[in-house]
Design a protein around this ligand. Structure first.
Ligand code: BGC
Length: 786
């Protein structure tokens, strides 16, 4: 197949090959009829298809076709269920195939470095093994339908602030053990056909122009044989990107990219061979999976599957005195309180926003399950503001007083977490907090049901008897929640991220989101539970935590060391409770006397098993060398140190049920390692520095002449453009963060600025007293165009 792509490329003219390096429009690649090369469509992802119709707008924000909205990634990871995630991927793939979408832009697989990253709802976990395995399962499912996925955003894209220019400064060991492992696992296990290179720089070099990342690591070391597509607008200079391993610039940069490559070719900055490689990767992609007959897509089945995923994602955090499940014999009247019960927050904003097929609400699902007579509803707060309303509060108090049990639906609104916008704190909106406090004064049986895409500070956590984390649970999430609350389904979700006590426990605190276009990953490998266990933090809820309506006992742990650097583990799990249920078995490893500082324990394997009440099962795991290894910067490879390792089986990272210490023998005779923390690349914009292509709109705010351009751009922002995809705050933040090079890309065809004009404006803004004339021109131009 690849040979066929090479043959096609060999028939193309140089101009044709160069033309393929940038897209045809916002979502499509170019076709060349002469050689039978078709255009293909790429669409977001990741938790539902967001295909725009024929009238795609230049921002990609207009309404998309109707599709099923699955739970978002932070929920999906909490299922710890690879088989279920693969089925979800299959459904997404068959929907895409049905709509003639060749590439689904997802899954999003960045590591949750800080709980404050606004896009965490689109990412799986703080742990690279869990993130990697769930990504792998999703890819298997999507690609089984002949549809490519695009694992994103490669790599180290862990914040929204200044995402298009920020330089993430990370040492090599941290990069390998945390941020890259999450991508390495799926590349090696599931062979994604495309990968999306991130917006940001890594140690000074843009991810899309990063030879070390894209060629040396991704292709040469991991064996990736697919196409690297840029994130939308991630390319600074197309020729540099192509010369360094990226293959396709999206969306189109029209003639700008083409001219850039032609000029670079003439100047010997890029070779025709490099262009051939990129063109071949694109041609190859258009043919991959074309022999596959996809499943027939059934939208109602997909809706039910989305419910099944949500059911396994919901995490029961607290259930004092077995308040849950809510059954008719325990409670005669149920008070349902909260605006989210009728206007659910079930997905996030930005490029992942799905035009959902059938959104069900908690109120509808409660009435259906318990009957209209048993359920009384009060709104409690207005979903469009943070400000408490006394009228709504009073109604809620009345409901609380007259109900046997209260289900209180609260969480984060779109203004709090979004693509393009990080959070400043972990709190819920003020009106939600005030409501919880009031309702708890009037009813003892309160069940707090949370809708949020990322960890939060749970108000009244100690006082509230029952807490259920529902995440952004997709269009059928309410049905899933009622099944859990009523006991029809037994909760089996486990936290894929730590719920810290407060912002000061954030491992990235002090280094997030950075300054002067730069963020230093000072905390190294110690993020998430790795940080909290090192610091001995008491957190709200630890990684891996989640309750069930039944109990599971663990026994008979055996660990057999097999030759060198490998082991086999088995453990018996017994459902000792009265109801059937699923348990997540988590295997952690730690090295007893490491050469370098290593985490207290790290997740290396997990499994989810179903056990009928009273049933027992033996669960087995194979541990390979990577389960014991660390990244050794001295040899630029993974090393296993001969010595004692403890294998622990836990219900969470803090609740170890059984453990065994074994001696592991290394293949290396004498492992040596030094903790080198070398950071390279510190190219930043600071006040007084010259304006360049990567200066952002917000940088101009304080620039003497740039200020005029800044005002002009910000005055032209029309919040209506975002439709319901982004809140106004997020849209403004995204525009402020745009580098000048992207002004034309996202300006729309008729307003497009060519590279010459951009260069001229930049020159003018940098004008010194010697070239006063330029300064005057830009001053006048901006004044007149106001
Ligand atoms: C996002 C990507 C998305 C792309 C296309 C970018 O802004 O970062 O995740 O796939 O837009 O919508």
């Amino acid at each position: 197949m690849r040979e066929q792509a090479e043959r096609i490329v060999s028939q193309l003219t140089l101009d044709e090959k160069i033309s393929l390096l940038t897209g045809k429009d916002f979502w499509r690649t170019k076709s060349i009829d002469r050689v039978g090369l078709n255009s293909i469509m790429l669409s977001d992802g990741p938790h539902g298809l967001r295909k725009q119709g024929e009238e795609s707008d230049h921002l990609g924000l207009n309404e998309s076709i109707v599709s099923v909205c699955f739970p978002t990634a932070s929920a999906v990871a909490c299922t710890f269920n690879e088989e279920l995630v693969e089925r979800m991927g299959r459904s997404l793939g068959s929907n895409s195939a049905d709509e003639e979408v060749k590439v689904l832009l997802g899954p999003g697989n960045n590591i949750k470095r800080s709980p404050l990253c606004g896009r965490n709802f689109e990412y799986f976990s703080e742990d690279p093994l869990l993130a990697g395995k769930i990504t792998s399962a999703m890819i298997k499912g999507i690609q089984s339908q002949g549809v490519a996925c695009s694992v994103k955003h490669f790599a180290v894209n862990n914040q929204e602030e200044l995402r298009m220019v920020v330089n993430a400064v990370v040492d090599e060991r941290t990069l390998r053990e945390i941020y890259l492992t999450a991508f390495e696992i799926p590349v090696k296990e599931s062979n994604p056909w495309t990968i999306m290179s991130a917006y940001n720089r890594i140690n000074g070099i843009y991810a899309s122009e990063n030879n070390r990342l894209l060629n040396e690591i991704l292709r040469d070391e991991w064996g990736f044989d697919g196409l690297v597509v840029s994130d939308w607008g991630a390319v600074d200079h197309l020729y540099k990107a192509i010369a360094n391993g990226m293959d396709l610039e999206m969306p189109t940069s029209r003639e700008v990219g083409v001219d850039n490559v032609k000029k670079a070719l003439a100047d010997n900055l890029i070779t025709e061979e490099q262009i051939n490689v990129a063109a071949t990767n694109l041609v190859y992609l258009t043919s991959r999976g074309n022999e596959i007959t996809p499943d027939t897509f059934d939208i109602d089945q997909a809706h039910h599957l989305a419910r099944e995923v949500a059911e396994e994602a919901i995490v029961l955090l607290k259930n004092d005195n077995s308040l849950l499940p809510i059954t008719a014999d325990k409670y005669q009247s149920i008070g349902l309180i909260g605006g989210f019960a009728v206007t659910p927050r079930y997905q996030g904003s930005g490029s992942s926003r799905v035009n959902s097929y059938k959104v069900t609400t908690l109120l509808e699902s409660f009435v259906e399950t318990f009957g209209a007579k048993q359920v009384t509803f009060a709104q409690g707060y207005d979903v469009s503001t943070d400000v408490p309303s006394q009228t709504l509060m009073n109604q809620a108090i009345e409901v609380a007083k007259s109900s046997d049990v209260v289900v209180l639906s609260v969480g984060l609104t779109d203004d709090y977490e979004s693509e393009g916008l990080d959070r400043d704190h972990l709190n819920l909106p003020t009106n939600h907090i005030a409501l919880i406090e009031e309702v708890m004064k009037h009813n003892k049986n309160v069940v707090m049901v949370l809708s949020n895409g990322s960890a939060i500070k749970i108000p009244f956590k100690d006082e509230c008897p029952a807490i259920v984390e529902g995440w952004l649970s997709g269009e059928s999430g309410a049905e899933a929640m009622v099944n859990i609350l009523s006991g029809k389904a037994n909760p089996s979700g486990r936290l894929a991220e730590t719920f810290i006590l407060n912002e000061s426990q954030d491992p990235a605190a002090g280094n997030f989101p950075g300054t002067n276009h730069e963020v230093v990953y000072e905390e190294g490998i110690f993020i998430g539970y790795r940080a909290h266990q090192k610091e001995r933090n008491t957190v709200q809820f630890p990684f891996g935590f989640g309750l069930s309506y039944t109990n599971f006992d663990y026994s008979d742990l055996t660990v057999d060391v097999i030759g060198k650097e490998e082991a086999r583990v088995s453990v018996v799990i017994h459902n000792t409770g009265l109801v059937d249920g699923k348990e997540v078995i988590q295997l952690y490893v730690n090295e007893n006397n490491p050469l370098l500082t290593r985490p207290v324990r790290e997740l290396k394997r997990f499994d989810k098993v179903f056990l009928k009440a009273g049933e027992s099962k033996t669960v087995t795991f194979s541990l390979d060398r990577r389960c014991f290894a660390f990244f050794n910067t001295e040899i630029q490879d993974w090393s296993v140190n001969t010595g004692e390792f403890t294998i622990e089986i836990g219900k969470s990272c803090e609740d170890i049920q059984c453990s065994s210490t074994v001696h592991i023998e290394s293949f290396e005779s004498n492992v040596r390692a030094t903790d080198q923390r070398t950071y390279v690349g510190r190219e930043v914009f600071s006040k007084g520095q010259k304006v360049n292509r990567n200066t952002t709109v917000s940088d101009l705010e304080t620039h003497p002449t740039g200020r005029l351009l800044y005002n002009k751009i910000m005055n032209a922002v029309n919040p209506e453009e975002a439709g319901d995809v982004l809140c106004e705050k997020a849209l403004i933040s995204m525009i402020r963060d745009l580098p000048l090079r992207n002004l034309s890309l996202f300006a729309g065809e008729e307003d497009a600025m060519d590279e010459k004009s951009l260069d001229f404006i930049i020159k003018a803004m940098n004008a010194t007293s010697q070239d006063k004339l330029l300064g005057k021109i830009v001053g006048l131009a901006t004044r007149f165009s106001k």
